[in-house]
Design a protein around this ligand. Sequence first.
Ligand code: F6R
Length: 606
Amino acid sequence: MCGIIGIVGLSPAAPRVIESLRRLEYRGYDSAGVAAHTSAGLERRRAKGRIRDLEAVLSVEPLQGHVGLGHTRWATHGAPNVANAHPQKAGRVMLVHNGIIENFAELKAELIAAGRSFESETDTEVVAHLIDAGLERGLEPLAAFKAALNRLSGAYALGALIEGEPELILGARRGSPLVVGYGEGEMFIGSDALAVGPFTNRVAYLDEGDYVAIDRTTARIFNADGARVERAVRTVAASAALVEKGNYRHFMEKEIHDQPEACRHTLSSYLDPINGHAAPPEGFDFTKVERLQLLACGTAYYAALIAKYLFEDLAGLPTDAEVASEFRYRNPAVTPGTLAVAVSQSGETADTLAALRWCKAKGLTTAAIVNAPESTMSREVDHVWPTHAGPEVCVLSTKAFTAQLTALICLAVAAARQRGRIDAAEETRLVQTLLEAPRLIAQAIADTEDALRPLAFDISKARDVLYLGRGAMFGLALEGALKLKEGSYIHAEGYAAGEMKHGPIALIDESTPVIIVAPSDNAFDKTRSNMSEVIARNGAVVLITDEAGLAHAPSQARSVVAPTCDPLIAPLVFAVPLQLLAYQVGVAKGADVDQPRNLAKSVTVE
Ligand code: F6R
């Protein structure tokens, strides 16, 4: 979602802010802005739309000064327009904000009653006024900032510039992350390590409730009680180089091709190839777990849904997978032996985090399968189970999804062995099978990428598309449909193949492509019957299968053949053609596949 960069630097700030905001584009946004201390005082430039629109404004009205603040905004309160873009201004204060201030309406009424007037519909402007009101009462900037923070409920990461304080940036975090970057004679704040990545890889992550004042050489950090604290400065790997597109046309294409590597790196944390064992890093005892509660949103939820089948089938471990936003607000009946596991690429998704905190408050053991090692979830759970997909820039999740699946499959094998459902020989066989996954993912890319193109061209003309699958392929059908919706804006639905006759079959006609994901597993014959039902109604069937499945494919189906693989890793291998199809349809339609409209990468509002 929104992104923040603040620079107390040695060279002009505006171009550096732009460079950083470009790195944050992947988070999703609909307006952008920059403010800086100039010789004429505190000034700002803002634009609706893309960073290039902000650059166009800056080319007409340049912004001088070495101390600046930038923001990409994903609209929550008020339309995406210039007036609502950040930085928001009130008196001596320029403010950028990620998150939502829940009590903004009461505060706004109070401020209006006190004679203040507002230019935007944002909750952020309220905070700027609160700080300015403190300054007017004679408080020092840091005290005015803290006094304003004390009045806020909701989630925020904030960055502020104050007129008359040309070497100071104030920052705060509650609910949304904020990092402090340590440069050579320069200091930064950013919404994540990538934001400050072009300038430094030495960062400190603020804790919940922390606030900070940076100048050119120091960061003074305070906790929620106002006590001065130190936060560890670490060297992070999120270097600028990691987020380049290389020779690919889009990040989505690159990240699909990154998957063999992401899978391999993730496997290395869970598998001991020499002894044929599977275990999470630092080990874990699954024999004490009575029930598994998987919590996630979107694509990560589909990874969890596929894992539910695996944990129950392989390990006999009762498992629920639930959309975090539902779980959190429905008063679920959890039992003490339940292990709550969040699945999240960013580790910041507000719904997943809220569900996790709810479980923690109920006294459950918590774990997170997470791609961002320094994220809030990583820091709050009892067990961090990492995925090593590297930074995922495209808003559409691809490599993070298969990395989540990789970790989940490894965990299911570990649980199966510990719980006595499989013997050592079977564990070794499954570990060997997993070790083949990176090669088979690469082969799936090589085998299907070109074969899918004519199909993608035809599907780009469809209005609706149906995806069907059984077992683990049901989760992939849901994921395939989500990818197509996001990447191409074509309406798509995923269904359990057996459910089609209970309703969605009404949609079948010659203009509705039906994509059936069916490797030749023990559900193949049943899915084949569902395929016949579609063909009997003149539906245009696309069968995604393997060599053995192809031998039984009806002549009316257009088939795409993925590599033959063990059912354990079929979700990893068969995810690939679905991702490629969504990508190619999106490109054929000329859609902005890396940053589709209305979407954000890290959804930090509930
Ligand atoms: C879809 C997509 C989203 C995310 C969801 C959860 O392509 O990327 O559905 O999967 O917003 O995000 P994380 O995994 O960061 O919790």
